[in-house]
Design a binder for this molecule. Structure first.
Ligand code: URA
Length: 175
């Protein structure tokens, strides 16, 4: 699951996250991370477009939290990639993105990877290489998590063939 900041002009028109210039760049980043858009879920912290693309206010983030919480409950992601400081702040309050970008941490039973916001990298050439490098490390992380998850799963039970055949929700990988 990838979590951005808020819809921009194009997202507001289409009702879908990351469909403008930042979205195009994000798709390139996903590809650097060995992922396609159809394989991931993309959400935003704030569900309405802040006027003139200003930063979302704390009251707006709080007002939209129940929706993001519900998206997370329904999806139960194994890995969350935060895009920019507003989604980062949910798991890393007070942290600086420049210090912790690209470094996965366990939070609330999730693996959370804080990344720079793609739009920031669009406007600052130096960040482009950094964010691309961070995304390139995703396949290795996902592989490590897969191995950890496989190793920690009990062998299928002989006495309950239905349970053995039916994947449990935690076995269903998004990737
Ligand atoms: N930036 C975001 O944070 N989210 C979007 O959906 C588009 C741009």
């Amino acid at each position: 699951m990838f979590i951005g900041e808020a819809p921009g002009f194009n997202e507001d028109k289409q009702g879908r996250p990351f469909v403008g210039a930042a979205g195009q760049f994000l798709e390139g980043l996903l590809s650097a991370g060995g992922l396609r858009r159809e394989q991931v879920y993309i959400a935003n912290v704030v569900k309405c477009r802040p006027p003139n693309n200003r930063d979302p206010l704390p009251t707006e983030i709080a007002a939209c939290k129940p929706w993001l919480d519900q998206q997370m409950e329904m999806l139960r992601p194994r890995v969350v990639v935060t895009l920019g400081r507003f989604s980062m702040a949910r798991w890393f309050p007070g942290q600086s993105i420049s210090r912790i970008h690209g470094r996965p941490e366990e939070r609330d039973g999730l693996t959370v990877v804080p990344m720079f916001h793609p739009a920031a990298a669009l406007h600052q050439q130096a960040l482009k290489a950094t964010i691309t490098e961070d995304f390139r490390r995703l396949p290795k992380l996902l592989e490590q998590l897969r191995q950890v998850d496989t190793a920690s799963q009990p062998a299928p039970s002989d006495s309950d063939p239905a349970a053995a055949a039916e994947p449990r929700p935690e076995q269903l990988s998004l990737f």
